[in-house]
Design a protein around this ligand. Structure first.
Ligand SMILES: *[C@@H]1O[C@H](CO)[C@@H](O)[C@H](O)[C@H]1NC(C)=O
Ligand SMILES: *[C@@H]1O[C@H](CO)[C@@H](O)[C@H](O)[C@H]1NC(C)=O
Ligand SMILES: *[C@@H]1O[C@H](CO)[C@@H](O)[C@H](O)[C@H]1NC(C)=O
Ligand SMILES: *[C@@H]1O[C@H](CO)[C@@H](O)[C@H](O)[C@H]1NC(C)=O
Ligand SMILES: *[C@@H]1O[C@H](CO)[C@@H](O)[C@H](O)[C@H]1NC(C)=O
Length: 501
């Protein structure tokens, strides 16, 4: 029965990929692959059960939450999805490990597989996870309309977590003896750090993986790290590879002239003709996304492999031909017949307010960039190997166009976010910030110890959130060492928690 249920879930997750920006395609694909990875790892654990007793499948449930925690005169609500796995829990005093969702739908694997699940097994923790408001099924049917989306924010999400803490504590009669530790990666990694920062009475410690805690409007450093990684021999990059990427984009840029784009359309399998100038920007962004995605998710999938991409760039007859080959490889990986470069179509996708219950929440995430974080991955700096058509203005224009949020408002919101949370110098304690040195997002995270208990772990040669995956024998030594350091700290902190009570 369990197997059948999980197989059905897997089939659902692997179902169709619709057309749009390459970045969205890559994120969707990686989201799916992570689920598959979790599925496999979970299965190998089931095949060799270590814990005592029978396996009890996780509980899925819904908690009714106020839509606006900060205005109780508004009595609108929504239903937020959660999972609970009691499999490892030592009643009544065992700790509680909270996995925080965000950016996409979650699944039962959020309490079945991953680094936090392995740690829960060691420490006999109760595993709970909460899907982020407005993502997955944790949203009202009209949730994505311009009016309804206004209650999507990290602050509301943290309040949701506080109310979930109360719900779980009541359900299991928890006391302060049950130390809570929260986990999250990427934006939820920031939420993990911020939950500890803002609610230290609720959560004893936090692990924040690849957490971009410093908001930044113009995230030009993203592509600086991408360039570094493309020339990093540790992961199969080289100076020659980076040169070739730069050269190929220069050539493409020089060919983008009105009435003269048919060769590019054909060579790079564009679904539709490129009309100036928004489609040009869309086209070069889509090509750049292939490299950005490969670096950010290096080795997470056969399609994100810097070594393979660099081998092809270097071996090709010319830089231009190398880019064509890499584009073909990407299309094969995602399963695309052509690449959608129409700005109008992209815009229509993000303007679309119909809800998709599974996968990445692109409209929601774009809204959060416009109202809190910026994070726009631009290429206007001369060190960027891609195209100067990837401008800050074009991304800010989307905030205006889609959500009627003007550029100045985005600017102010980003500043406020940093003021509100403390950017990359949060004044907290018992937080582990974990980053990989080839992950472009590390540029916005905490890379140095802030104090004796606000610790930074910087992993040599790994990409985005690598430590959160289930451990594998193929993990590089640097990653294995990082996992040990995280495990040691958690052991130490749980010991100190039990002594305090
Ligand atoms: C919600 O508030 C409105 C007034 O603002 C009130 O008329 C309505 O009865 C309330 N609904 C519930 C379920 O409390
Ligand atoms: C049009 O593109 C071709 C290469 O595809 C190039 O040789 C030619 O100079 C371009 N013409 C203009 C006007 O840009
Ligand atoms: C919005 O998305 C839904 C589901 O993906 C799709 O069926 C619908 O056609 C889209 N609407 C528009 C206007 O693009
Ligand atoms: C950071 O803190 C950890 C844990 O206390 C320690 O092992 C490490 O040496 C520190 N790193 C630096 C650079 O001080
Ligand atoms: C990272 O690891 C590689 C070997 O895989 C080594 O050559 C390099 O010196 C390491 N870099 C740092 C900063 O430790």
């Amino acid at each position: 029965m369990i197997a059948l249920r999980l197989l059905l879930l897997l089939a659902l997750l692997l179902a169709g990929v619709d057309g749009a920006w390459n970045q969205r395609q890559i994120r969707k694909k990686i989201h799916q692959l992570r689920q598959v990875q979790n599925f496999k790892s979970f299965y190998s654990r089931l095949a060799f059960p270590r814990g005592p007793g029978r396996y009890v499948p996780p509980v899925e449930g819904y908690l009714t939450q106020p839509l606006d925690h900060f205005n109780r005169r508004n009595n609108d609500t929504y239903r937020q999805r959660y999972w609970i796995n009691e499999e490892f829990w030592k009643r009544p005093d065992g700790p509680v490990f909270l996995y925080i969702g965000g950016e996409s739908s979650e699944s039962e694997f959020s309490v079945l597989s991953g680094e936090h699940v392995e740690l829960a097994q060691t420490h006999h923790a109760l595993l709970v996870s909460l899907e982020h408001r407005y993502y997955g099924t944790s949203i009202n049917p009209d949730g994505l309309t311009l009016d309804a989306i206004k209650f999507l924010s990290s602050q509301q999400a943290l309040a949701d977590l506080a109310s979930f803490h109360l719900f779980i504590s009541q359900k299991y009669n928890l006391t302060p003896k049950n130390a809570w530790i929260c986990f999250g990666g990427s934006y939820p990694g920031s939420l993990s750090a911020w939950f500890r920062l803002k609610f230290p009475h609720l959560v004893y410690a936090a692990v924040a993986s690849s957490a971009p805690v410093r908001a930044e409007l113009d995230f030009t450093d993203y592509n600086k790290v991408v360039a570094q990684s493309l020339s990093d021999p540790v992961i199969g990059g080289s100076a020659k590879c980076l040169d070739r990427v730069r050269e190929s984009f220069q050539e493409v840029n020089s060919m983008l002239h009105p009435g003269n784009t048919s060769k590019l359309e054909k060579d790079f399998s564009s679904c539709s003709p490129l009309h100036a100038p928004e489609d040009y920007a869309e086209f070069v962004s889509n090509l750049a996304d292939i490299f950005m995605g490969a670096v950010q998710y290096n080795m997470e999938s056969p399609g994100s492999d810097v070594r393979k991409i660099c081998e092809n760039m270097v071996a090709a007859e010319s830089a231009y031909e190398g880019l064509r080959t890499v584009n073909k490889m990407y299309m094969e990986f995602i399963g695309l017949k052509c690449v959608e470069n129409s700005y109008e179509k992209s815009l229509a996708d993000i303007k679309n307010t119909s809800i998709s219950l599974v996968g990445v929440g692109e409209r929601q995430w774009y809204y959060q960039t416009c109202t809190e974080f910026g994070y726009y991955q631009t290429c206007e700096d001369s060190s960027c190997p891609f195209s100067p058509l990837m401008t800050l203005k074009s991304q800010l224009d989307l905030c205006t166009e889609i959500f009627q949020i003007p550029p100045d408002s985005v600017r102010q919101s980003v500043k406020f976010t940093n003021e509100f949370y403390g950017a990359d110098h949060p004044k907290s304690s018992r937080i582990i910030f974990v980053n990989g040195d080839i992950d472009p997002w590390h540029a916005l995270s905490v890379l140095k110890n802030q104090s004796r208990s606000e610790i930074a772990i910087f992993i040599n040669g790994t990409a985005h959130c690598a430590n959160m995956n289930p451990s594998r024998t193929s993990d590089p030594p640097s990653l294995q060492k990082a996992r040990e350091e995280i495990a040691d700290k958690i052991r130490e902190w749980l010991q100190s928690a039990s002594m305090m009570e």
